[in-house]
Design a protein around this ligand. Sequence first.
Ligand SMILES: Cc1cc2nc3c(=O)[nH]c(=O)nc-3n(C[C@H](O)[C@H](O)[C@H](O)COP(=O)(O)OP(=O)(O)OC[C@H]3O[C@@H](n4cnc5c(N)ncnc54)[C@H](O)[C@@H]3O)c2cc1C
Length: 438
Amino acid sequence: MNILFTGILWLLLYLAVVTLPLFLMLVPPVPTGRGFWLELSVAFGFVGLTQIVVQLILTSRFKSLSAPYGIDIILRFHRQIALVAIGFILIHPVLIIVDTPSRVKLLNPLGGTWASKTAWMSLFCLVGLAVTSLFRVRLGLSYERWRLFHLVLAGGAVIFALLHVVMAGLYTNALWKHGVWVLPGVGLILLVLYTRVIKPGFFPDSIWRVAEVRPERGNCVTLVLEADGHAGMKFEPGQFAWVTLGDRKFTMQENPFSIRSSAARPGRLEFGIKKMGDFTNNLPNVKPGTRAVLQGPHGAFSIDRYPAVGYVFIAGGIGVTPLMSFLHTMADRGDPRPVILVYADKTLEDMAFQEELAELEKALDLKVVYVPEKAGEDWQGETGLVTWDILERHVPRDLIHREFFLCGPAPMMASLQKALRAAGVQQDHIHLELFDLV
Ligand SMILES: Cc1cc2nc3c(=O)[nH]c(=O)nc-3n(C[C@H](O)[C@H](O)[C@H](O)COP(=O)(O)OP(=O)(O)OC[C@H]3O[C@@H](n4cnc5c(N)ncnc54)[C@H](O)[C@@H]3O)c2cc1C
């Protein structure tokens, strides 16, 4: 289906869902004789709140919900649309004051009714959510601490907003109307408990054991996990999982990593990990036998979703990991299709998995083009940043029949995407994976 058409369809569905409670609230009995601005303010509040609830459901990592687009795309959508929702909710009190200026006294968070106090508390949580998410790095918040804040503030925002709707009571003056708000709220709390607490820690098939932690070039390691008493995890090559290490059942530590091994071997998974901070720097100290919990697979960055006569893979640094999974899987399947891998990093010494790639070149119709940013004088190959000039020398002429998979730093992907588009590759043949969810 055309990408624009699919986009419009999803947008219409989204609009239908987020305005549904508003229309249900308009079923009589409804309050009468109120000013236009007041009614408009209530509409903004209802739609904003529904958007927040929908956001929480979408980001709950429920696989059947995120499968078509991948949780990473959904999280990107979440970041953008959450700001729209907060904007809607902020307009709500502004319009109330436009309608009746004397209501400005409601702006005192300590005064007013409980309906206005709960509204204030919800707003406080929402603004906290936006500030900690937009300025996480500048505020010096670690990812784990940010997640804890996010969970608590999001829960608070929804619970206080629902209390506000019920206490304000104007449109919720029938029992079934209370249900429209309270049931999704309770369902949401149960969903979060199930997907974040019960499923990861208690379901036996999410439990794995560390088999090995292997050093690799370029300050990387390979973490090998083996299924503990189950058949493993079925995944599509290129997908990722959230990895938690250690015996604690309740922990905020969970880091996403692309599986870099073959999808044909679901019982033994390998992750190629660059040492970046607290969790990843400690990996060389992790002992074989350590308990691991995996949540996944997630993501839609997979060759299995885009059949083609051949592929072009472009990696920047550790972004090579999902592409390694493509190659290992193709080798295990005896896939004869031609593949070019353009692999860029600072230096040749920084590029992990070169020996494996040499083996894969023997097993597949694969050409690996290494592009170190800087190289010694004896290096005969390409150097510098990957540009269209470099691609043009190696990518076959049948561009439009190929699917392009790119994973690397954001600026590299943006410039290459532009170059590919200029060369005539259609947007729906270019697939991107960014190792950044926040
Ligand atoms: C879909 C996806 C796939 C990834 N695949 C790989 C891979 O195959 N190999 C690899 O080396 N890296 C991968 N990453 C990046 C990896 O998750 C982070 O580098 C790692 O979690 C850093 O953890 P840290 O505590 O050591 O570093 P920190 O210094 O704590 O974090 C460095 C940065 O990594 C990000 N990060 C940290 N913790 C998390 C978390 N729990 N969830 C999301 N982002 C986090 C934050 O942006 C943070 O600023 C992937 C990321 C995503 C989103």
